[in-house]
Design a protein around this ligand. Structure first.
Ligand code: UDX
Ligand code: UDX
Length: 450
């Protein structure tokens, strides 16, 4: 049984159903639930719709755990843990989920309970105490075997990362929980399933590592992994800024350092910085947690600072060109925090739009799939119009900022774009295009660090 059909819970549930398990997914949100029940994906995520139809006999969706908890053997919690105003992770959904389970649990039966949601370090131990206390009050020994089981999936690649992970981490002090989860993930650990035709297995794929540790180390692995990836991107963005000052090319620099195996080439794409539901939230939560226990983390802190600077750098570029942005109309191409998803949480594009509006500019915002979420996040503002077609979005604008590297925009017709814009200024916030090709269409091209 899985609680929470978000990006994490739903893709995990579908992948487990695909490899042969019987899965029940609990989702409180009625709108999402109804979609799932009618076999429609509530999220935009590669392969999810196909898999919902393909595994329909192995997966069921419910509003409450009541009807299925008694039969469940393994319960995975994947509810959201969004940041509170002070940056701490909000654990209320997690606490609700645990309360809901305990209310209906079969007290005679053993359960393995895996926490997949990203939770502050030490949370698994706290939950363990709550559960033990619950059983103690009833005069019996706890039959819930707790484990931390973090996820490492990227949105847009969520099913791929779930079926072909680098590692599976299980943090538990219970031998039963460890063996249950090992058994659950066995088809993935040993890659014994036939890959779905629409989520191909990578060519040179090594079997995933299985990392078994204590719950606190497992929680730490999740935060440390996200913090490291975030600071890797911030590092390359910091170097990109320096490249601009001295006329070096960040793409070559990234290749020059990334081909060193100790560094690695991935996550060295300079741009307008990282967004999404994980890096911003997890780095902030890590800092808050460290502060609480009186520990300073200057590297993580600096990574966040550089990330904000990366957004502002785009505006600075516009200002060096225009001086003042009042009454200028700017197209922002791409609103999702990365391609392949309709998620706009902490999207750099939305931060850039906010700054543009504050500076008195008008905005034409464009995205092939994330418009609905973007409109919800931005709210009503007469200074912003929304488009799905980039050629319509750039009509009469004074500059275009390219913010999300959607593959469907890889072959934009720059001559056509140029013909529609008032001023041919193109700021490539993802270093996605060949500068020469853009310039050929008459544009002034500004990338990041080149
Ligand atoms: C996940 C993890 O859970 C989070 O801790 C991690 O850091 C990021 O990835 P995600 O799947 O992206 O979160 O979250 P979200 O899309 O918000 O999904 C959570 C789902 O759980 C929602 O559909 C929500 O309606 C549901 N939910 C929440 C429940 O079903 N029950 C609850 O009690 C609370
Ligand atoms: C991330 C982690 O990769 C995943 O392991 C974790 O479990 C959840 O958080 P996600 O947020 O879905 O996944 O996307 P990711 O592909 O990591 O990208 C995050 C942000 O970094 C995006 O805004 C992306 O545009 C940006 N990014 C990524 C860069 O700016 N440069 C890069 O080289 C890579």
């Amino acid at each position: 049984m899985i609680i929470g059909a978000g990006y994490v819970g739903l893709t995990t549930g579908l992948a487990l159903a695909y490899v042969g398990h019987k899965v029940d997914v609990i989702e409180k949100n009625k709108e999402k639930l109804n979609k799932l029940k009618s076999k429609t994906s509530p999220i935009y995520e590669k392969g999810v719709q196909e898999l919902i139809e393909l595994v329909k006999d192995n997966i069921n969706f419910w509003e409450k755990p009541d009807e299925v908890i008694k039969e469940a053997e393994i319960v995975i919690i994947a509810v959201g843990t969004p940041p509170k105003k002070n940056g701490e992770a909000d654990l209320s959904y997690l606490e609700d989920a645990i309360r809901d389970i305990l209310k209906k649990i079969n007290l005679e039966k053993d359960y393995t309970l895996a926490i997949k949601s990203t939770v502050p370090i030490g949370t698994n131990n706290k939950i363990d105490n709550i559960i033990k206390e619950f059983y103690r009050e009833k005069g019996i020994e706890s039959k819930i075997h707790l484990a931390s089981n973090p996820e490492f999936l990227r949105e847009g690649m969520a099913l791929y990362d779930t079926l072909y992970p680098d590692r599976i981490v299980i943090g538990s002090l219970s031998a039963k929980a460890i063996s249950d989860l090992q058994e659950l993930y066995k088809p993935i650990l040993q890659q014994t399933f036939t890959p779905p035709s629409f989520i191909n297995k990578p060519n040179a794929f090594n079997l995933p590592h299985l990392i078994i540790t204590d719950p606190t180390s497992s929680e730490m692995i999740k935060y440390a992994a996200n913090a490291f990836l975030a600071l890797k991107i911030s590092f390359i963005n910091e170097i990109a800024g320096l490249c601009e000052k001295v006329g070096a090319n960040i793409k070559d620099v990234a290749r020059g350092i990334g081909t060193d195996k100790r560094i690695g080439i991935s996550f060295l794409n300079a741009g307008i910085g990282w967004g999404g539901s994980c890096f911003p939230k997890d780095t902030l939560a890590l800092l808050e947690f460290a502060k609480e226990i009186g520990y300073n983390m200057p590297i993580v802190s600096a990574a966040r600072e550089v990330n904000q600077r990366a957004r502002k750098a785009v505006i600075d570029k516009l200002k060096t060109y225009y001086g003042d942005l009042r009454e200028k109309t700017i197209a922002v191409l791409g609103l999702a925090f990365k391609p392949g998803t309709d998620d706009v949480r902490e999207s750099p594009a939305l931060d850039i739009i906010k700054i543009l509006l504050n500076e008195g500019a008008k905005v034409k915002a464009c995205d092939p799939v994330a418009l609905q979420n973007a409109k919800k996040a931005i709210g009503i503002n007469e200074k912003i119009n929304f488009f799905t077609n980039p050629y319509e979005a750039v009509e009469g604008v004074d500059a275009a900022i390219f913010a999300t590297e959607w593959p469907e925009w890889a072959n934009l017709d720059f001559v056509k774009l140029a013909s529609k814009m008032r001023t041919r200024l193109f700021i490539d916030g993802r270093n996605f295009y060949e500068p020469e090709e853009v310039k050929k269409a008459g544009f002034t091209y500004m990338g990041v660090g080149r």
